[in-house]
Design a protein around this ligand. Structure first.
Ligand code: ARG
Ligand code: ZN
Length: 881
């Protein structure tokens, strides 16, 4: 049944404390749950309905006595509870089967260890409970298990007691000093080892930090530990938010549905976001670890100390915490240019993943109104668009001496915690606190209208039209906004859109810079006394998550690319130059030939004496096939793929000597350090190699493929090695196959590296339909395992979701493959299956024959009996008109 936000009611009972006792056994784990409950006096008297899923119920006692109960649609219903508001004790004894738990929600086994994942609704798979975030309890947890097989026993909070039991077993008792909702509960048991670090924070408190991994992985935990220490220092420094625990633990597991989980004091992570060594992890991995460790740590305040009232408020913690991790990564990057690179990367994710979501069948507001399965709403809209909404709030509280709004926003955060610490609250509560702490700010003045960003789905379009009156030296810019309907929302009211606007003169010198806030459907800005027609730099820093439409001429874009002081719009100018050309070739069907001004502009960037390597790499990266598809009303994926590949080849050949120069300039980065400057140099060197190998394909020149193979062999770190391998794969050179084989042999015992090996092959540029047969063959590889989400993603998602040229085939074989994998995965892990199901979200935009074939494949999934709720919601929405 569909759950509606408007139906929210406070719970009829409170659970004040929970005593859990686990006898851990992979086949049959016994869970004794003793709760203290009382009726919520503000709600009408009613039966107690506890959530439970896939549990075997053995016993229910109320105040120590047997009682009558019913089991109905995965709820345990108690109708004959003591009357009145006095607390009573409820004891529930159940068993579950962790080894059979392939959904990886609740208690499960991975590599012979026990792990839990309770967000959003996994706790009900461990015991009967009020599984909702507004019920907060104190936890006292005893774990019992075989000592040899499970020497480490962990749960939230402080270890208060441990010891041996008969029969080779032992126990540990943990008490969490903080009350929490059950989605933050966690336990871990297994053969693990920890890197430990003791720290004293600014407030003078001592803490023990631990990163737990499997015994062979200890040498890959230094970066995660450094990232954790940096996170703690950052939150204290920027927001005055201290670590509130004596012990903070991170545990890595290789079977995990998502990235990581912020369980109080016991974060559980996908190994992908913990383990790193220079031999096995790329610069991107290092950066992701820093940001995910930060993200989960920052949840300790934004999510855990103040949590969500209900799951419709998910962005309260996720949007805010993504904003915080983005700011953390920017602050750590240091220099302005490195900060800008981070910002551009974040916007790129938003535009290639969130904008399509907002335009497709799964479009939903940042605070949704309904859902069938909450796991489907851990989306780029809730996370990334949610973060942009928080960022706009910061922008809209800027003031005198606080141009970015940082001080004003920090004041708002302080008020938020002053008001709501220890509570389960809503997005409204958050926005109100930020506004109230900044009276007189645009945010405070416009708050009700601003909050449309929470309630209205869809990406607004911001149109700009300029008018220049040479006679009076007057320049005007007319801004207007619109937003197309999304499912269930035919009409949209105007948004509050902060637009940072700069004006440049014809020589590229800045004339003005300021923030304009558009609140109406349209509005005109006028500037007079200008000597000549200025070039507008609109939406600097991407101050709002909108699609900007302005008919830039090539001449204007070239000025912005060469001179804009705003690095975001400087990059954006290059993207627009490339998009103009790509769309022209896609629409006209003309043979792709790059024009001299474009090539010269790209050459100037590559050869630029002061621009960062990382920035050059971003500028020279053509807009993705997915992003190009979003610019078109009707999509022929093969045509887009062919045009983009031809443009890449054009840049490869026309700039051959420049790529050689760039490679020589950037190829050596000295002893490996994952800092942004040297990472940027490695990225640009890798990009140069790819283009040099591509150019060699047409010229038949063997030198660069040979040099690339040598670099692959000699590389001192995974970034250089992988980039060299990727260059050989990208140009389809015959050296690629032996290099792939030797890569596999080198890293056959490194699961995360094997994931890269699968992903590289499944995501490689398609030549005449060659990728699908490779993918099918790799499904049979002894190292492939559909049950492991990382491995499934590395092969299947890399093909279906990240390789449009390979996936969208005229013979529909890609869709048939997709359909079979969705159904196969659904029986194992519905959450992962539903993610894959979304690969065809945008089917309605496809040209025929793709469109009809895609529809048929989706309908085939939808027709399967006993689909999970997760997949059913995705395919039903996809087929709705
Ligand atoms: N709260 C986690 C994070 O953002 C995500 C957990 C989502 N898990 C899930 N099964 N839906 O860091
Ligand atoms: Zn999160």
């Amino acid at each position: 049944a569909v759950i509606h936000r408007a139906d929210y009611r406070p719970p009829a009972f409170w659970i004040d404390s929970v005593e859990l006792c686990f006898d851990l056994d992979p086949v049959k784990t016994r869970v004794l749950n003793r709760m203290r409950l009382r009726r919520n006096p503000d709600q009408p008297a009613q039966a107690l309905r506890l959530d439970g899923e896939e549990l075997n119920l053995a016993r229910v006692l109320v105040n120590g006595q047997g009682t009558s109960f019913k089991l109905e649609d995965s709820q345990l219903i108690l109708e004959n509870l003591p009357e009145g508001n006095a607390p009573f004790e409820l004891e529930v004894f159940t068993t579950c089967a962790p080894a059979k738990n392939t959904k990886l929600m609740g208690l499960y086994v991975s590599n012979d260890s026990f792990f839990t994942q309770c967000e959003a609704e996994g706790f009900r798979r461990i015991t009967y409970f009020l599984d909702r975030p507004d019920v907060m309890a104190s936890y006292n947890v005893t774990l019992r298990a075989d000592k040899a097989a499970y020497p480490v026993l962990l749960s939230n909070g402080n270890l208060v007691e441990q010891g041996d039991l008969d029969g080779g077993r032992h126990f540990a008792r943990w008490v969490d000093p903080h009350r929490k909702p059950c989605y933050l509960f966690a336990l871990v048991a297994g053969k693990l080892v920890a890197r430990e670090q003791r720290i004293t924070t600014a407030s003078g408190a001592d803490h023990l930090l631990q990163v737990y991994v499997r015994p062979g992985d200890l040498d890959k935990t230094e970066h995660a530990m450094n990232s954790l220490m940096a996170s703690i220092a950052w939150d204290e420094g920027r927001f005055k938010l201290p670590l509130d625990l004596e012990r903070f633990m991170i545990v890595a597991t290789s079977d995990f549905n998502m990235g990581a989980m912020e369980n109080k004091g016991l974060n559980i992570f996908n190994t992908k976001y913990v383990l790193a060594s220079q031999a096995t992890a790329t610069d991107t991995d290092y950066a992701n670890i820093e940001s995910v460790v930060g993200h989960e740590y920052f949840h300790n305040w934004t999510g855990n100390r103040v949590t969500c009232r209900d799951w419709f408020q998910l962005s309260l913690k996720e949007g805010l915490t993504v904003f915080r991790d983005q700011e953390f990564s920017q602050d750590l990057a240091g220099e302005a240019s490195a900060r800008a690179v981070r910002r551009i990367e974040d916007v790129r994710v938003l535009r290639t993943a969130q904008f399509p979501e907002d335009a497709g069948p799964m479009a939903h507001p940042v605070r949704p109104d309904q859902y069938l399965e909450i796991n489907n709403f851990y989306t780029v809209t809730i996370y990334e668009k949610g973060a942009e909404v928080v960022r706009m709030m910061q922008t809209l509280v800027a003031g005198e001496g606080d141009p970015l709004g940082r001080a004003g926003f920090a004041r708002g955060m302080a008020l938020y915690f002053e008001r709501h610490d220890g509570q389960a609250v809503t997005c409204d509560d958050f926005a109100q606190a930020i506004a109230d702490a900044n009276p007189g700010s645009p945010l405070a003045r416009l708050l009700p209208q601003f909050k449309r960003w929470y309630s209205q789905a869809g990406t607004p379009r911001l149109k700009a039209r300029s008018h220049w009156d040479a006679a009076t030296g007057t320049y005007s810019l007319a801004l207007s906004q619109s937003c197309t309907p999304t499912p269930g929302q035919p009409h949209k009211d105007p948004f509050v859109i902060p637009v940072r606007l700069g004006l440049l003169d014809a020589e590229g010198r800045q004339i003005s810079d300021g923030l304009h806030v558009l609140t109406e459907d349209s509005d005109t800005l006028t500037m007079s006394g200008l000597a000549g027609e200025p070039v507008p730099s609109i939406l600097r820093g991407f101050t709002a998550p909108v699609i900007l439409e302005y008919d830039y001429t090539d001449a204007q874009l070239l000025i912005l690319l060469a001179h804009d002081t705003d690095p975001f719009n400087r990059w954006e100018a290059a993207q627009r130059l490339a998009i103009h050309r790509a769309l022209h070739f896609i629409r006209s069907g003309e043979h792709v030939e790059l024009d001299a001004p474009f090539v010269e502009a790209m050459r100037a960037v590559l050869r630029h004496p002061t621009l960062d390597s990382a920035f050059k790499d971003l500028v020279l990266t053509l807009p993705s096939e997915t992003y190009l598809a979003e610019q078109l009303d009707e999509v022929d994926p093969q045509r887009i793929h062919a045009v983009r590949e031809a443009m890449r080849m054009g840049l490869a050949t026309a700039l051959r000597h420049d790529w050689e120069w760039v490679y020589e300039q950037n190829k050596d980065t000295g002893a490996y350090r994952p800092d942004s400057r040297s990472a940027g140099r490695r990225a640009l060197a890798g990009m140069a190699l790819t283009h040099l190998c591509l150019a060699a394909r047409t010229s038949g020149d063997p030198v660069w493929p040979g040099k690339t193979l040598q670099r692959f062999k000699d590389a001192g770190n995974m970034t250089d090695r992988f980039n060299a391998l990727a260059a050989l794969v990208a140009c389809g050179h015959e050296l690629a196959a032996p290099a792939l084989a030797s890569f596999h042999a080198l890293f056959k015992n490194e699961a995360l590296v094997l994931d890269k090996w699968f992903a590289l092959q499944a995501g490689a540029p398609d030549h005449g339909g060659n990728i699908l047969p490779v993918v099918k063959q790799l499904m049979q590889h002894p190292d492939f395992n559909l049950r492991n989400p990382n491995r499934a993603r590395s092969l299947i998602f890399s093909y279906c979701s990240a390789n449009p040229g390979g996936f969208h085939r005229r013979d529909a074989a890609g869709y048939v493959f997709w359909c079979e994998r969705v159904m196969e995965l659904d029986a194992i892990n519905p959450q992962v299956a539903a993610r894959l199901a979304r690969a065809l979200d945008r089917w309605k935009k496809l040209a025929d024959p793709y469109r009809g074939a895609a529809r048929e494949a989706i309908a085939r999934v939808a027709a399967k009996p006993d689909l999970s709720r997760d997949v059913r919601e995705v395919v039903t929405r996809a087929l709705a008109d």
